[in-house]
Design a protein around this ligand. Structure first.
Ligand SMILES: Cc1cc2nc3c(=O)[nH]c(=O)nc-3n(C[C@H](O)[C@H](O)[C@H](O)COP(=O)(O)O)c2cc1C
Length: 163
């Protein structure tokens, strides 16, 4: 049977978080808006991720939607853990301060959103965090990086506008 989760094109997001002690980020593909009013999104994070417990402590998180030239940051965020590596301190990373939350955002991203956790639920082997979006900033000059079937893509040819 084909792997069900590989059939979905995913955004490539860095979820950022800051607690009293540290700042960290991780790569997330399982993320989506779920409500317009109030504006709420979800991110699905496995309990073993260092970021998981940091979000529980902080009660808030940032979402940086990576631009199509930021694949290296996705690899850094998704293949190393904040338990072992100070990811925000790496040379290729530039972080900028958040305004409504303590977590920073990632410079050069397509967009960044600042979220306050409204609830979280265990769903199978992940925890789904619902975050109320309290600030959204978009850089319209950039396009988003996409992951499909384990391959990163820049968006391709336009096929018409959604009615
Ligand atoms: C492209 C990509 C997408 C990922 N998506 C998720 C995801 O949606 N949820 C998740 O829990 N882990 C996901 N991961 C794995 C985490 O990013 C990875 O385990 C990371 O090292 C956790 O970092 P941390 O321990 O500092 O929190 C993804 C990794 C990559 C490369």
């Amino acid at each position: 049977m084909a792997k069900y989760s590989s059939q979905f094109p995913d955004p490539v997001i860095l979820v950022t978080v800051t607690t009293e002690k540290e700042t960290n980020f991780m790569t997330v593909g399982w993320a989506s808006p779920v409500s317009f009013a109030p504006p709420i999104l979800m991110v699905s994070i496995a309990p073993g991720r260092h970021t998981h417990d940091l979000i529980l402590k902080a009660g808030e998180f940032g979402v940086s939607i990576l631009a199509d030239d930021q694949k290296e940051l996705a690899t850094l965020g998704g293949t190393t853990s904040g338990r072992d590596v100070d990811k925000p301190a790496q040379e290729k990373v530039e972080i900028l301060p958040g305004e409504e939350i303590r977590a920073p955002h990632i410079a050069g991203a397509r967009a960044w959103l600042e979220c306050k956790v409204v609830s979280h639920h265990t769903v199978g082997d992940h925890t789904v965090f619902y975050g109320k979006v309290v600030r959204t900033v978009a850089d319209e000059s950039k396009s988003a990086l996409v992951l499909f079937n384990r391959v990163y893509y820049a968006l391709g040819e336009e096929r018409g506008v959604y009615p």
